[in-house]
Design a binder for this molecule. Sequence first.
Ligand code: ZN
Ligand code: ZN
Length: 881
Amino acid sequence: MSEELSKVYEAKSVEEKWYKIWEEKGYFTPDPSSKAKPFVIVIPPPNVTGSLHMGHALDNTIQDILIRFNRMKGLKALWVPGTDHAGIATQNVVEKELAKEKKRKEDIGREKFVEMVWKWKEKYGGQITMQLRRLGASCDWTMERFTMDEGLSKAVKKAFVALYDDGLIYRGKRIINWCPRCKTAISDIEVEYTEENGKLWYLKYPVEGTNEFITVATTRPETMLGDTAVAVNPNDARYKHFIGKMLVLPLVGRRIPVIKDNFVDPSFGTGAVKVTPAHDPNDYEIGLRHNLPQIIMMHHDGKVNVSHFPKEEQNDISSYEGVDRIKLRDIIVADLEKGGYLEKIEDYKNKIGRCYRCKTIIEPYLSDQWFVRMKDLVRPAIQAVEEGKISYIPDRWTKVYLNWMENHRDWCISRQIWWGHRIPAWTCDCGHIIVAEEAPKKCDKCGSTKIVQDPDVLDTWFSSSLWPFSTLGWPASVKTSAGRPDEYTGDLKDYYPTTVLVTGYDIITFWVSKMIVMGLKFMKKEPFSKIFIHGLIRDVSGKKMSKSLGNVIDPINVIDRVGADALRFALISLISGQGQDIKLSEDKITEARNFSNKIWNAARFILGKGKSEKVKGESFADKWILSKLNRTIDDITGKLEEFDMGEAARKLYDFVWSEFCDWYLEMSKIDASDKVLVETFEGTLRLLHPFMPFITEEIWQKLETRDARCETIMLSSWPKADRNLISESIEEEMAVVKDIVRAIRNIRATLNIPHSKELVAHIVTGKKLGAGQVEYIKSLARLEKIDITAKISKKIEGSAAAVLPEISIYIPLKGIIDLNKEVERLKEKISKLDVDISQIKQRISAGKNIPEEVMLEWKEREKELMRQKDTLIGQIDSLSA
Ligand SMILES: [Zn+2]
Ligand SMILES: [Zn+2]
């Protein structure tokens, strides 16, 4: 054949070469003239600050397999790439840069800072997309988007204004989770809760005009400055007579009422609780029910703000001004103790919420925020899933999604940071709020020009919730504002709705649900019909990969070492049908690298054969491999259509490694048609291509039998199974050949019979063995002669035996090995095995507190040792017969 392949597969240079060619030739862009059905994926946009981690590698390999498979099947396959501006994450990175110059962002001002972030983005933001290229991702880079590019910014403004006009966005005071370090609200799901050892403080509040006290228990004593009531359960007999009385708040002197509220749990603490409506979500609700004042006692950075307190109190508490909430706790407790208001302190296990970004303790905080009213928006999003218009794979995520959607709270979309989509709302001096896509020149109510834009930006998930249609040109490609499907133009018309979304389960609530909501709202059609949810990557023992544990496997490092194909194959073959988390090990990566070497060596063998004229009628080996190949094509196609990439990869591995390389290549040396050999290999390469795009392209280009009309395997057609070539009977006959050959090879191995010695085999079986089968057995097992009989007339002395279902094999060994010596050797081996067996038995009986999987492993080992012993005993029996 035409060109030689290098001795060793050089993944790095091959991968670089092909990716460049693919991208330059525009193979990733679907043919605009194609009338085929579209197959569309929008990438979950990685953070622009990100670098590729194993989770990305898995997620994007899955998407690439689906895209390459459907592209080869002839569909109009489009994969839209892009990155997310990742509000807080990116802002934090640039703030850290600034900190190196000992500056804060406030020192340079908002405009300069945002400019700096853009510069950072231009310089470093392309890292992750370069890394996706190294993975082999066949995204259409001509369609690449960024959540803050011009078009997407337009989409965000349009969506915001439309939701506002429909009464679905409102401004409200709400208790939100406030990070005093990031100085922004963060959403409920961005708070990480941990159980920590805390304290419970018992504070005594005097009853006005008496010598009595009510004792309240609290985990956050410093918030007492903001208390505006004490609440008790209406059925709590201990406090009935206090209800309606006034207390005097220690340190502050504020008069606060004792109120009754069913929310209060009489068994917690003393049964009486302090109520701080501006700094606790439950107290906030109680406050609303009882019309209590809300005192926001802190600045945005978590320091006391005395100016928010009633005038008459400000003098008494002026010493607390500017004290940080963490320090404040000690000061308040000391002051309370000094005044005789501290009854006792107890240890208490407490759930503490921390910012997922910077781990600072979250402060529940009453503030002005923008919200999306979710109640009406989620209804169609629930319906779409219930009616099966959108389905989750695996199905178990349906329940998680529905459950979460049914309990959806309003979505707080404002963030108090600088990097992001600025909220398109302006407040006039007269108090009027103007929401518009373009900056207004004056107030549309009073005409004043004293209008200021809201300083906040939108939650990052707001722009990514529009991603499936904003990336395809919305709103520009909708002719009218109504946005009915028949009015879409351009990409939106061709590619929306997309086909499948691929993502990890950790962002179903953050992102997936919101895309469904927004897609149905603005496009009147669900954004995708399938959601493929995969597990998360863990280390081999099941632990999350993290820098602090030191168990991170870096995908780029793996690609450098073994190539992208091997990494892809290792990841995909670990996916289970139920989408469990994936335990990645170095062994698995080595196995995948060996697999690519196996393919490479097969190619070298096939290409090195030189052109031969042996194109005679198909042999038994040919018929068998064609049957297996076509069955495999059917299997793999079916599995990929069901999104079972893991099973497809495993089946393909078995076919390539065992059937094709280990058996068929051996048989082809005896008797096979070169045409079948090369054609089978060519078809196999196309089956492998979506999984291992680089090595398959490199080899395929050198095969003369490839479809010459195609410049690349990427655009060649997906193999189609010829079911007429699938033959149960040939596969069964081959199974017998394999069994017999394996049995004889085992005998050779246990008895140390060198490969060079040809043997004679007596095979006793009622089965009919065809002439073809016999020839292969002779050759593959290195036999001089085969003697097949239906019954055995007399025992064959001094022979090794193997017994298979319906087949017995005897190999006479007189003159081939020294039988007595061999029996002695086998006996020695048995006594060694006996030692091992008694050891493992002891371990099993002693191991009571052993993890189940270790125990199973031991029992497996015991069984294996027993099996080995049985084999040896059998061999001794037959040798000494
Ligand atoms: Zn934070
Ligand atoms: Zn006005």
